[in-house]
Design a protein around this ligand. Structure first.
Ligand code: SF4
Length: 220
């Protein structure tokens, strides 16, 4: 299977009844400012370079962000923070992302622990477990990956589960850096959500620093 076949299978997934209902309801009711949009309202496949050496791993699609546009971190405040910094770090062909544009990521792939928008950005444990099968498949299709950058605690814990590593021995904090059993790297940052970036918990400088570190470790 390649990433295109993966995406075709993924978008048909209806395994989590609560999330299926929510993503579709948001797609029907919409936010007023987006009333002319045809919301994606399906699972959101990852986006980026199939030969990625660096994988950014988020939490879940935003209800009116990637649940609307169908591309990770696209269409909401998270993406408005992330993409300009990817560009500044030399990892993207331009500083913004719009569905259907010609944006290219260089050596980077973006995905998340849960692929359907959850109410209040909070997937349940069962939903995380259900989507971990897709994580297994998707990360397995990125054989060049050397560095995984988890955005937030939930994303870090999902990656620790994926790699069979103990959560108690690998706590979340911004700037955490762990070695995988095979010597590859697992980093953690605060999530790029509006909640963190507008309160100053995560600044542009902080995120650029960790992005450049990840880029260096990945040999990009
Ligand atoms: Fe399927 Fe993952 Fe969406 Fe659940 S969150 S319905 S497992 S794609």
């Amino acid at each position: 299977m390649d990433l295109e076949a993966f995406a075709r299978e993924l978008i048909a997934c209806r395994r989590c009844p609560r999330l299926v209902a929510y993503r579709e309801e948001v797609g029907r009711t919409k936010r007023r400012v987006y009333r002319d949009w045809d919301y994606w309202a399906k699972p959101v496949p990852g986006f980026g370079d199939p030969g990625a050496r660096l994988v950014l791993f988020g939490l879940a699609p935003g209800a009116h962000g990637s649940n609307r546009t169908g591309r990770p971190f696209t269409g909401d405040a998270s993406g408005a923070f992330l993409y300009p910094l990817l560009y500044e770090a030399g990892l993207a062909s331009k500083p913004e992302s719009r569905p259907g544009d010609d944006l290219r990521l260089f050596g980077v792939y973006l995905t998340a622990a849960v692929r359907c928008a959850p109410p209040e950005n909070r997937p349940t444990r069962e939903e995380l477990r259900a989507c971990s099968g897709w994580t297994e498949a998707e990360l397995g299709l990125l054989p060049e990956a050397r560095v995984y950058l988890a955005l937030g605690r939930v994303a870090l814990e999902a990656l620790l589960d994926h790699f069979g590593m103990k959560k108690s021995a690998h706590p979340f904090f911004h700037g955490a850096h762990y070695l995988l059993p095979d010597g590859r790297h697992l980093l953690a940052s605060y999530h790029v959500s509006r909640q963190n970036t507008q309160t100053g918990r995560l600044t542009r400088e902080m995120f650029l620093e960790i992005l450049l570190k990840a880029k260096g470790l990945a040999g990009l």
